[in-house]
Design a binder for this molecule. Structure first.
Ligand SMILES: [Fe+2]
Length: 503
């Protein structure tokens, strides 16, 4: 049973009082619900480097989860790179490159896809073959590869290839590693951007690569309707290893490939992507992240890959950078100032923001770290009726009421957030399950802006039904199965009815 946050202690001492006194307590109970569910608080541990989820199969330069036997002998009949099925087979068993595949949206509206993968021992081809029939990949796109060094680590060959001019709402098969080893995957493009387009997003943050991370990802995968992951930052936690051992970036890529190769993950940069380590000579922030995770930032007029926007279905998604400058006159500030007025709620009624460091957080972890960004941008979010802001960073779960602190005035003593129907709902979902463990220590009493909070691992689903309704559910990882522990209906404030856009 859930208990009201700041009521718990008071109820303990006043339990004997009559109903009149109990009624009086209501006035003191300003916060929302603090879940009584208690998750083990011990620090989790990363899965060992020889875990099956990281495995590279035996054999020279071997990839994981090879799909060669599913290939048709006719697959490459139109291409000179491999002339026969026999050659494919021979190459598959003898020269497998190691691949870690992930995809993300490649343009602003969802008709491009960026395919990224890594080969370990030699560059191999950066070409992707794709098509709408698995036995006829009759379109090709040429990509490029990059590499980087980090202290004593040298990366594999990191390929990025953008597939353009895709049809909406279409399943595509694609193949990579076409000169040595062929592995095939598939993805489905989103429906054409539009007002009443249903679309389902998954929410994951701060995942890492622990046993708990694996449970979270498995639970997410068991959600059949989820179509795209909105990822709120902190990916591999490689920086928790000596010298930020970048081998752990590779293991993370292999770990999540089972999802990232089949549906786009929309990336947000967190503090664990900064990798700024001057003591070992690594002074280029975000070096591994920038090389490994390309995003379509130029398509939205951004000048850096840490803040950008995309449209997908009926949603307009803005990704912000908690660890890039956002003060007045900075590139991110100027971009967002011009970006928000561009959102047409008659085309994309749902406006979602992703960022890493939460603005409203009632845990005693990273408290107020998002405050300076809130001060800069919150008035715009209220003005433009942002529906929901998803953040990570705090390794727990929390959902706010619709509140704002835009009237903040220190001279006049206005320092409290107040209910504001134009404000977003703020959701902290940094509960992927990484090595650093849960944030269990909460501020007491639970503040009025906090609607629900629980220190557990999990993921969420944001299920857009149409222009007026979306259903949100947070799934706790509970004793081996996924359980909905918090949910709410979102009613679109621009479309209170389906007749008129009130924004
Ligand atoms: Fe973080």
């Amino acid at each position: 049973m859930a208990l009201r946050g700041d009521c718990v202690m008071r109820l303990g001492v006043r339990v004997m009082l009559a109903a009149v006194v109990a009624a009086g307590l209501v006035g003191f109970c300003r916060g929302g619900v603090t879940s009584s569910f208690v998750r083990k608080a011990e620090k989790t541990v990363d899965m060992p480097i020889d875990s099956d989820v990281f495995a590279v199969p035996p054999g020279y330069n071997a990839p994981q989860q090879v799909d060669c036997l599913k290939l048709s002998p006719f697959l490459f009949s139109e291409f000179s790179v491999i002339s026969s099925f026999f050659n494919i087979w021979v190459n598959c068993i003898s020269k497998f490159p190691s691949l870690k595949v992930h995809i993300t949206q490649g343009n602003h509206v969802g008709t491009s896809m960026i395919i990224s993968w890594v080969t370990e021992n030699e560059p191999g081809s950066s070409e992707v073959l794709y098509g709408t029939h698995k036995d006829k990949l009759d379109i090709s796109a040429k990509g490029k590869y990059t590499r980087y060094t980090f202290f004593n680590y040298t990366s594999g060959y990191i390929h990025h290839c953008t597939l353009r001019r895709l049809q909406y709402d279409t399943k595509y098969y694609y193949a990579v590693g076409i000169d040595h080893t062929v592995r095939t995957f598939w993805f489905t493009t989103p429906p054409k951007v539009g007002l009443d387009v249903p679309y389902t997003f998954g929410l994951i943050g701060d995942l890492g690569q622990s046993y708990d991370s694996n449970i979270t990802l498995t639970h997410y995968e068991s959600n059949p309707q989820a179509q795209t992951v909105l990822y709120v930052g902190d990916l591999s936690y490689a920086d928790n290893y000596p010298n930020h051992d970048n081998v752990r970036w590779d293991t993370w890529g292999r770990f999540v490939e089972r999802s990232t190769a089949y549906q786009p993950w929309i990336w947000t940069a967190g503090n664990h992507e900064i990798d700024f380590v001057p003591e070992i000579g690594e002074t280029e922030p975000f070096k591994p992240f920038r090389h490994r995770y390309h995003v379509p930032y130029k398509a939205s007029g951004s000048t850096a890959p840490f803040w950008y926007s995309i449209k997908r279905g009926s949603a307009y998604i803005i990704v912000l950078a908690s660890y890039s400058a956002y003060g007045k006159y900075t590139p991110q500030y100027r971009w967002l100032e011009e970006e928000l007025p561009k959102v047409n709620r008659s085309e994309t009624p749902w406006l979602i923001v992703l960022l890493h460091s939460p603005w409203y957080n009632s845990y005693n972890y990273h408290y107020m770290e998002g405050e300076t960004m809130r001060v800069m941008f919150e008035p715009w979010f209220v003005q433009h009726k942002v529906d929901v802001v998803f953040a990570g960073h705090v390794h727990a779960y929390e959902r706010s009421n619709r509140i704002s602190n835009v009237a903040y005035n220190i001279v006049k003593g206005k320092c409290e957030p107040v209910a504001d129907e134009s404000a977003p709902v703020y959701i902290t979902i940094g509960d992927g399950g990484n090595i650093e463990g849960l944030a269990t220590n909460m501020t007491e009493p639970q503040p009025s802006y906090s609607s629900f909070r629980e220190a557990s691992f999990g993921h969420a689903i944001f299920d857009i039904k149409n222009r007026t309704h979306a259903y949100y559910a947070w799934h706790r990882n509970q004793d081996g199965y996924s359980k909905v522990a918090d949910s709410m209906w979102f009613y679109n404030r621009c479309w209170k009815s389906s007749e008129e856009n009130q924004c």
